[in-house]
Design a protein. Structure first.
Length: 316
């Protein structure tokens, strides 16, 4: 991780080249074990407004399985420091680690709710190829993810976070409304993550730095990953772009529906297949109240079946 001073310097350079709006959301991620109170205050002074801590779990055994090094008791401390520095605070959780029980997951939700943060993300574990966990799975050292248990954990997270006052605005994200926001669409809540919504609304964005991805109209491109290779390319006046992808009309339509299904504002009714919409309603995947307002919004069951719902709405 870059030190706070380096992040502050980068933000200053970006602001000089592309002046930030007066109320721009500026987010940084932080490891609970390594970030200090001074770091957080330095970042706040530099213009960062939001911090996301990679909590992952409140259970030491689960953290060890995920190869995370921080101590669970450290998280409330860094959250308190961030609040003192006037950050909007988000916590990231991962569910579905091998050996994680429903009780373990409940303990993590207890911890998050008890810290009174502004935003929570809950991501299902994805075992990526080439990792130790993928190797353990291949050799039978750990069991494959049970999709029924994953669905139960998602339902539990949604129920408990909703009971605690959070509202879902994207399949994996919940935000706490501020006073006076009770009747707002949840994607418009001040605590909803603005850069996340830019991705889910399929807006354009520029990515700077090693490994950064950009999206402009029908073109996606990404930079070289290694910091040294990136720095050398800049010094030599060469492009840092490693590869790109052009999106055809079929791909763009698929992504438009897929992204709309993921967020609580949904899609215009007129933009989806009538037959597909009828089938999704039969399956209980569509919020009937939102549909009366002309929007196709996923129910809890629809969120759990988001990929299938996307294909059905496309008429596939």
């Amino acid at each position: 991780m870059l030190p706070a001073a380096a992040l502050a310097s980068i933000l200053s350079e970006l602001d000089s080249a592309f002046p930030l709006a007066s109320k721009a959301e500026v987010t940084t991620e932080a490891n609970p074990e390594t970030v200090s109170r001074d770091d957080l205050f330095q970042l706040a002074k530099a213009g960062f407004t939001r911090v996301s801590f990679g909590m992952q779990s409140a259970v030491p055994r689960v953290l060890a399985t995920l190869d995370r090094t921080h101590r669970p008791e450290r998280v409330p401390q860094v959250v308190q420091w961030a609040k003192e520095a006037n950050f909007a605070v988000s916590l990231d959780l991962i569910y579905g680690a091998p050996g994680e029980s429903i009780e373990d997951w409940n303990a993590s939700l207890d911890a998050v709710i008890g810290m009174d943060v502004d935003h929570v993300s809950c991501y299902a574990l994805v075992i990526e190829g080439g990792t130790k966990m993928a190797n353990d799975l291949r050799h039978g050292k750990i069991a494959p993810v049970d999709q029924d248990v994953q669905a139960e954990k998602y339902r539990l997270a949604d129920a408990r976070l909703s009971d605690a006052g959070f509202r879902w605005y994207e399949i994996s994200n919940w935000a706490r409304p501020k006073e006076g926001e009770e009747h707002k669409v949840s994607t418009e809540l001040e605590n909803a993550c603005k850069h996340n919504l830019a991705y889910w609304r399929n807006w354009d964005w520029w990515g700077f730095g090693p490994g950064a991805h950009s999206h402009l109209a029908d073109r996606r491109f990404w930079n070289v990953k290694h910091p040294l290779a990136y720095a050398n390319a800049l010094r030599q006046g060469r492009s840092t772009v490693l590869g790109e992808e052009r999106l055809d009309a079929t791909t763009k339509e698929l992504e438009r529906i897929m992204l709309g299904v993921r967020i609580s504002e949904g899609l215009p009714k007129a933009d989806v297949s009538a037959a597909g919409l009828s089938r999704c309603r039969e399956l209980g995947w569509v919020d009937e109240y939102a549909l009366k307002q002309g929007r196709v919004v996923a129910t809890l069951q629809g969120r759990l079946m988001a990929d299938s719902m996307t294909l059905t709405l496309l008429g596939s």
